[in-house]
Design a protein around this ligand. Structure first.
Ligand SMILES: O=C(O)CCC(=O)C(=O)O
Ligand SMILES: [Fe+2]
Length: 355
């Protein structure tokens, strides 16, 4: 069997777009696992949750809070995602995050290559890590950086241009981590559980990773994915969507829906590890990104993941005779998720049956 060739040094999607290249064969989706690529599906009526209504008390302190918690529970157990407003992150900071992302991707290719990821590693600038010869590649260039734990950061991958990149990414990541922690507490409260029950499972060394995704225009938007259908292997993901160009799609009831951008909202979804911890109550949604024939798009995702050394399995209090244990306990889930997804399979459903 031949070893998969990693693409770390291959031509970037942006350069192919600028040079007017037709997407190479390895990017062409031959038989979509989850239906053909429809670039303008119906808009998803994704619930909008106002976080400013959540208190720090262990039980809801107003009728308004109780209603918002019920809405959150319903959103995350049906759509598996929500748009969050009232999160408290200043709009000026969100503008700056979009700006540093735009400036970074606008740099000449040689400049970005200084941060190029190494074969088979996640950290740095590049495109898909290749884990199988059959893998279809995605039309995106991305910069992936580990932000926490701080002592695991690899500074050589952090752009020095624009100069304020590191400072802004740091500030944004810390604020998003706090938002996701509040969301995890609200999720616990919505199930009448103690507020820290999920956050405790992330451990002292929870991981925060930032992923800047750049999707250049593509001459074949109906045959190439910006990001192939996937489930996030995270605990929770928050995405700052592009204000102008849409492209994120969610699969629900056997159909794709488009996520609409709401200025300054965060798009938040549980990843597989939260689906496991909640014994299937909160859904990790299947989602993908389509490209656009004319416009480029940028999104910035922050992932919060449990410490890879933590054992992740359904909480005992969420397993009973009416809701049998759906998943086994697993460590370092994120690695497993990536390998399975790039083979076009669905990872949660590949976990061995629990005994
Ligand atoms: O670009 C987007 O909107 C989605 C990005 C995403 O799904 C991811 O980074 O896992
Ligand atoms: Fe994702």
């Amino acid at each position: 069997m031949s070893t998969p060739t990693d693409m770390a040094a291959a031509k970037s999607a942006k350069m192919m777009s600028i040079d007017g290249d037709e997407p190479p064969e390895r990017y062409m989706v031959k038989h979509g696992n989850f239906g053909p690529i429809d670039t303008s599906p119906p808009a998803a009526p994704i619930p909008v949750i106002n976080m400013s209504l959540f208190s720090s008390h262990d039980s809801p302190s107003s009728k308004e809070e109780e209603d918002e918690l019920a809405k959150l529970k319903s959103a995350l157990s049906s759509w598996g995602c929500m748009q969050v407003i009232g999160h408290g992150i200043p709009e000026a900071l969100l503008d700056k995050v979009q700006d540093i992302a735009k400036q970074f991707f606008a740099l000449p290719e040689e400049e970005k290559q200084k941060y190029a990821r190494v074969d088979n590693e996640t950290e740095g600038y590049g495109n898909d890590r290749v884990v199988s010869e059959e893998q279809i590649l995605d039309w995106t260039d991305r910069l992936s950086l580990l932000v926490l734990p701080k002592d695991q950061r690899i500074p050589k991958f952090w752009p020095e241009n624009p100069i304020e990149f590191g400072e802004i990414l740091n500030e944004f990541s810390m604020k998003v981590k706090l938002v996701l922690t509040h969301v995890l507490k609200a999720m616990a409260k919505s199930l009448n559980l103690e507020g820290n029950i999920f956050t405790n499972k992330f451990g002292e060394s929870a991981i925060v990773r930032a992923r800047f995704c750049f999707y250049p225009s593509c001459s074949k938007p109906d045959q190439v994915h910006g990001l192939k259908p996937h489930f996030d292997g995270t605990g929770m993901t928050a995405i700052l969507l592009d204000n102008e160009v849409e492209g994120l799609q969610i699969f629900k009831d056997n159909q794709w829906f488009g996520a609409t951008s709401i200025p300054y909202a965060l798009f938040i979804n549980p990843g597989d590890q939260m689906e496991i911890l909640s014994n299937g109550i909160f859904k990790s949604p299947l989602h993908r990104v389509v490209t656009n024939a004319k416009a480029t798009r940028i999104s910035i995702a922050i992932a919060l993941k449990p410490d890879p050394e933590e054992e992740i399995g359904p909480l005992d209090c969420l397993v009973d005779e009416n809701r049998p244990r759906l998943y086994q306990t697993i460590k370092n889930y994120a690695k497993f998720n990536y390998q399975i997804l790039q083979r076009g399979l669905t990872p949660l459903h590949m976990l061995p049956e629990s005994s």
